[in-house]
Design a protein. Sequence first.
Length: 211
Amino acid sequence: MIRSGAKALAYGTNTVSSAINPQLWTNDTVEARADGGVTSFGIDMSPDRSALAIGACMKYSDGTAHIELAEYRDTKRHGTAWAADWIAQRWSKTAAVVIDAQSPAMVLLPELKSRGVKVIVNTTNGMGQACGRVLDMLTAGTLKHLPDEAQPQLATAVANATTRPIGKSGAFSWNKAGSDIDISPLVACTMALQGAWTTRRNPNRRQHVMH
């Protein structure tokens, strides 16, 4: 696990600044997720398609949220179909499932649709909104997460995430500081947060009487 002890990360002769202030990230740590919110999921896959991440976001009625890495698996060992099954099992109690249009995880779209899951495909503008929201909420102390020790893959992604500009409006998306870094856990959690804030689906609206 790579700890976010410093804001500057050295790769060869280049030094880049991590996008997420490590002190802010540490300050927003909680030992356990609070209950009582509505859950959304985001899915992302590393560019080399070697790992698949499912991020979760629980949004609360007071406008705060909690993000965590729900699942992270090696695709060479486990494949990808498991993710569609995993999401489908939870769909009835889920507010949103989001995949970015540029993500290799888009390969899961047909499998999710065949299981009755309605996926929100995130746009470039949506990515800018989502990444900005993560930083804004961390700064405001309204976005919580589990300790790094409990989620080493997410901790590594956060510590090594940089930004890449989108267009000329100041929007940005996550980028990675080194070729050996996988930021899909962070992207998946970011997509889950985006879904929580943009979905109109309320899984608590209807109560199913049938068993």
